[in-house]
Design a protein around this ligand. Structure first.
Ligand code: MV4
Length: 466
């Protein structure tokens, strides 16, 4: 195992990694921007190095500064957390060139699977079911339109270099295709410097279910069950749960085995997530792979008892996976609610400010991953995730009431500061959510204006035309 590693991230995930390291007897180097001087991770890590000003590009994305901090402190490995450099194959390569172990898959694997179109081709070849669509990126709009015609509408145009929902467009009819296609290509070029796109059948009302896998560098791998992440707004997840509810045991098993087959076929190593869309008939389709530890990993930790960050560090250190598939048992239900410093009433606008009150929940089977503390200054520079409230229970109903209880306890306030707590409480209260029968359409339904009063009576003609 490593003696010392550097954590190239901030916020709650940096703390999460520091905790895993202390438990394993690994010394830690935190890196921080000047905006994060007073952060909890700077205090809790064994050492801390300032790597630049607040702007991410000059600090948490500043590969030379991070590598230099590792060199100066004698760190042997770099844990990238999620976001920032976590899926940057060039950064993983730079680490290797500087004698640093990158905690994640090999750069070639990350580069292949990070290209969503290549991932689609590779996973299709490995026998994973795909949404109907093109097997290559497409050139002219004319040719792409012919492909869309064959697939049948609605279709979704996706940028190959995109991810997490960026650079996509849904097209409902042929009439709108060409314009959407050109627009998506231009947007992809601007956002990723890569205008390659591909087309899939758009699966509306599907559930977004993902599978956690762990693979070592010796051909061993395990799957660790499913998480439902359908509760999203603009591709930001708000509530996650595991195992995915209201699916048959055979579907859950098939999803997990399919993901692991895909991971092993690609030479994947470390912790990874395979995303699928599951339709009403429980047919599932592979969409993409996340080559990192994810925000929602605690859900899986709660239902398996496996510490995923410990496993990441062991795998990166070359230790063969000790866990066998028969050791993995999915036990009970876990829910996670994200607490972002945003105002749901103002289009989820971030509301940075000082936390004059901060008392997160506690109690039985309740875990809160957060970097917040009373007096903490939430800045405007980074994403607004402040805390993840995670609960476990043997049954889903009890997990729901436990989460309601936990959110009721959460005392967080400050001048101008709002959080997503009221909104996630509405999600928990929703009848479809309570039944476990929800899809990616749930959040939109909750955010749609309430039905106007019945105006169809005489003297008040409806202005609605449908
Ligand atoms: C899709 C899809 C439907 N059909 N692909 C969104 C993020 C990225 N990981 C993949 N995503 C989707 N891909 C096909 N062929 C639906 C989503 C999707 C979604 C789309 C619109 C609005 C919200 C969404 C939430 C989750 C997934």
């Amino acid at each position: 195992m490593f003696e010392k590693i550097l954590i190239a991230n901030r916020g709650e995930i940096a703390l999460r990694v520091v905790r895993a390291c202390r438990e394993l007897g690994v010394r830690t180097v935190a890196v921080y921007s000047t905006a994060d001087r007073d952060s909890a991770v700077v205090r809790l890590a064994d050492e801390a190095v300032c790597i630049g000003p607040p702007e991410s590009r000059l600090s948490y994305l500043n590969a030379p500064a991070i590598v230099e901090a590792a060199r100066r402190t004698g760190a042997q490995a770099v844990h990238p957390g999620y976001g920032f450099l976590s899926e940057d194959a060039d950064f993983a390569e730079i680490c290797a060139d500087n004698g640093l172990v990158f905690v994640g898959p090999p750069p070639e694997v990350m580069s292949a699977l990070g290209d969503k179109s290549r991932a689609r081709v590779l996973m299709g070849a490995a026998g994973l079911p795909l949404p109907p669509g093109s097997l290559e990126t497409l050139g002219t709009a004319e040719r792409a339109r012919a492909v869309a015609e064959e697939i049948g509408y609605p279709v979704i145009i996706k940028g190959a270099a995109g991810g997490g929902g960026r650079g996509m467009a849904v097209v409902w009819s042929e009439r709108d295709f060409t314009e959407a296609y050109e627009r998506t290509r231009i947007a992809a070029q601007a956002a990723f410097g890569d205008d390659r796109v591909y087309v899939e059948r758009y699966l509306a009302q599907a559930r977004h279910v993902e599978v956690q896998v762990l693979c070592d560098g010796y051909g061993n791998g395990v799957h660790l069950g499913t998480r439902d992440c359908s509760v999203q707004r603009r591709h930001q997840k708000l509530v996650e749960e595991g195992p995915a509810p209201a699916l048959s045991g055979s579907t859950l098993d098939a999803l997990a085995e399919t993901a692991l087959r895909g991971a092993l076929s690609a030479g994947y190593t470390g912790a990874g997530t395979f995303e699928f869309l599951v339709d009403e008939a429980e047919r599932f389709h592979f969409i993409e792979i996340n080559c990192r530890i994810q925000v929602e990993h605690p859900v899986t930790e709660m239902i398996t008892g496996v510490d995923l960050v410990h496993e990441q560090l062991h795998i990166a250190g070359g230790v063969p996976l000790r866990l066998r598939q028969s050791d993995v048992r999915i036990n009970g239900v876990a829910l996670e609610c994200r607490v972002n410093v945003e105002d749901p009433a103002r289009n989820f606008l971030p509301t940075p400010g000082r936390l004059t009150r901060f008392a997160p929940p506690s109690g039985p089977f309740t875990r809160v991953d957060t970097h917040g503390y009373p007096g903490y200054q939430v800045g405007p520079y980074y994403d607004s995730l402040l805390a993840k409230v995670v609960v476990w229970a043997p049954e889903r109903d009890l997990a729901l009431s436990r989460m309601e209880r936990a959110l009721h306890e959460f005392d967080v306030a400050g001048p101008g500061v709002h959080t997503t707590i009221p909104f996630v409480r509405r999600v928990l209260d929703d009848a479809a959510f309570r039944k476990g029968r929800y899809s990616t359409a749930l959040v939109e339904r909750l955010l749609a204006p309430a039905d106007p009063p019945d105006v169809s009576a005489p003297h008040a003609p409806s202005s609605r035309t449908s």
